[in-house]
Design a protein around this ligand. Structure first.
Ligand code: NAD
Length: 262
């Protein structure tokens, strides 16, 4: 049965996480072979097991995206084993601490930038070299509305996601001559789950003029800031990623699509 992404190979980073796994599942359902990469090897194997009903090749790679050398050898290995890399969902990320900029822990700032910016760059760089050789590639970077609006108490995360959007625009230009498109998605409030609970709790604890000290009230404040008056579900992301990886977005590169309820 011909599926839209049969004979395509997709590399997904942060593949053991919520968004990475949901998108990997959609790509597999559309026929793509998968190379799944994550720092957490145990969760990665659970992710692979959860995808086993799909009749596609799946490889897993425990890898730290912030280590360029490690990324290079994993990516070269994937290209050799799978024959090609057509799609990159460059998605691994870390939210960091919540504190006003004057109190923000410097070591955590460096860690966030190292994972979210250097990590995304490392994967993009190594994968793009294989795509350039074949004159074909589609890349989606996971940014965030935090990289558009700069929420309070998120100095590192906000700065890192602004950088991801900048990297997307630069890479789109650098790689356009090689038939490689580079776009970004920017989810905002997604729930329910750990990420939602964590940001609600930590924004309350950060104690700023922007949010209540009561997490329940913070949740209401956040939802009230969304025109659609609800958080997004993880299942509202994979279709957007598939659109940006597929041919329906053939004249789009360097854009950042908000997934934010308005
Ligand atoms: P998640 O924590 O479920 O998944 C992130 C995954 O990245 C984890 O499996 C983690 O092990 C992996 N990872 C972290 N550091 C890594 C490293 N150094 N090398 C390799 N893998 C690493 O979170 P998620 O919600 O699925 O987040 C995915 C992406 O979406 C992130 O870039 C995040 O910033 C972004 N995002 C999430 C939300 C949200 O509300 N969930 C909103 C906007 C943007």
């Amino acid at each position: 049965t011909a599926q839209p992404f049969s004979h395509r190979v997709a590399l997904v980073t942060g593949a053991a996480g919520n968004i990475g796994l949901a998108c990997a599942e959609r790509l597999a359902a559309m026929g793509a072979d998968l190379a799944l990469l994550d720092l957490n090897g145990e969760k990665l194997e659970q992710a692979r097991a959860s995808l086993s009903q799909h009749d596609v090749r799946i490889t897993t790679h425990t890898c730290d995206v912030s280590d360029s050398e490690q990324v290079g050898s994993v990516v070269d290995g994937v290209a050799a084993e799978m024959g090609q890399i057509d799609f990159l969902f460059n998605n691994a990320g870390y939210q960091g601490a919540f504190a006003p900029v004057q109190d923000y822990p410097a070591d955590d700032f460096a860690r966030v930038m190292n994972i979210n910016v250097c990590g995304m760059f490392n994967v993009l760089q190594h994968v793009s070299r294989h795509m350039i050789a074949r004159r074909f590639g589609r890349i989606v970077n996971t940014a965030s509305m935090a990289g558009v609006q700069g929420p309070p108490n998120m100095a590192a995360y906000g700065a890192s996601k602004f950088a991801v959007i900048g990297l997307t625009q630069v890479a789109a230009k650098d790689l356009a001559p090689y038939n490689i498109r580079v776009n970004a998605i920017s989810p905002a409030f997604m729930g329910p789950g750990m990420m939602w609970d964590r940001q609600v709790t930590l924004q309350a604890e950060a104690g700023s003029q922007y949010f209540s000290r009561d997490p329940k009230e913070v949740a209401r404040q956040m939802i009230d800031s969304v025109p659609m008056r609800r958080y997004g579900s993880i299942e509202e992301i994979p279709g957007v990623v598939a659109f940006l990886l597929g041919d329906d977005s053939s004249y789009m590169t360097g854009v950042n699509l908000p997934i934010s309820g308005g």
